[in-house]
Design a protein around this ligand. Structure first.
Ligand code: GUN
Length: 290
């Protein structure tokens, strides 16, 4: 049976570091501030946005939650971003993804001041990640995955890592982090057009699943003893629950946990780490901007 990687516990460690850093910043008269913008009414996004704002309150980070209707125009979102760029009480700006279809998300991300782009999605921060420039912001979810690997003592140097998924939010930055100097993994990025995916995954000492398909990674994709990081948070219909759905990852947990050396559960794995790293990035922004 695999070791279960406790994301809540590791996130609590990160958050305790955050508390110390916030106290130090406040002693210098700086209160970190995060603005979270939600356009539309996507229920999962509402949950994420609320938990981000709640975490800010717990830590003593100033936060502003901006809810815009699902009919909001591109110009209105751009005006909101411009106002937040100019607001000295706000150090981090996050526009929750995905926005409604009339919104050009890429243009919104480019409008965010890169110094306040705590999601790490602005082209300047993407470039800094590729360049291994530590002044940039690393996207929170892959940064959280790296921290989990570190916390459980998984050796990445020389390891075969397979990242399943090539999104800008997770797959691509995850691959860059794993291959970066210091991490030194040999990285394969697999995606929907990859041939013989199960065979490719079976090479991996480390699998990062970020495809957004429930229970896509099965036991026959996994080498015995491999470390499996499950980034998926999928809602699958389940009438036996009160909400009518349950959450499951991109990994078939029951069968894969029989074979893997270590595995993250869903929920309680990567999820809590994403928020913790968002708090870290907000503190980093506050430190840099002042
Ligand atoms: N939607 C899913 N993950 C994320 C994230 O890390 N940041 C933002 N802004 N939206 C998301």
């Amino acid at each position: 049976m695999a070791t279960i990687i406790d994301g809540k516990k590791v996130a609590a460690e990160v958050l305790s570091e955050c508390s110390e850093e916030i106290a130090e910043l406040k002693s210098r008269g700086i209160t970190p501030g995060l603005a979270v913008v939600l356009v539309g009414e996507d229920p999962a996004s509402q949950v994420y946005v609320n938990s981000k704002v709640r975490k800010c309150a717990e830590l003593g980070i100033h936060s502003e939650k901006i809810i815009l209707s699902k009919q909001t125009t591109q110009e209105e979102v751009l005006e909101t971003v411009a106002r937040l760029n100019a607001d000295p009480a706000i150090h981090g700006i996050l526009v929750q993804s995905p926005p409604p279809p009339q919104i050009d998300e890429e243009a919104i991300v480019r409008a965010i001041d890169p110094a306040k782009d705590v999601d790490g999605f602005h082209p300047e921060n993407v470039a800094k990640l590729a360049l291994e420039d530590p002044t940039g912001f690393v996207p929170c979810t892959p940064a959280g995955c790296m921290r989990l690997l570190e916390a459980v003592g998984v050796e990445t140097a020389g390891a075969e890592a397979v990242v399943v998924g090539r999104s800008m939010i997770v797959g691509k930055p995850m691959a860059l982090l794993l291959m970066a100097r210091g991490s030194d993994a040999t990285v394969t990025v697999a995606h929907s057009r990859t041939k013989n995916l199960a065979e490719v995954c079976r090479r991996a000492d480390i699998i990062v699943a970020a495809v957004g398909i429930p229970e896509f990674i099965r036991a026959d994709f996994v080498k015995a003893g491999a470390t499996v990081i499950d980034v998926g948070i999928n809602r699958v219909e389940d009438q036996s629950t009160k909400r009518g759905y349950r959450l499951c990852g991109d990994v078939a947990y029951d069968e894969v946990s029989e074979k893997a050396g270590a595995i993250t559960p869903v929920p309680g794995g990567v999820g809590p780490m994403t928020i913790a790293l968002l708090m870290k990035n907000t503190i980093k922004a506050a430190r840099a901007i002042g």
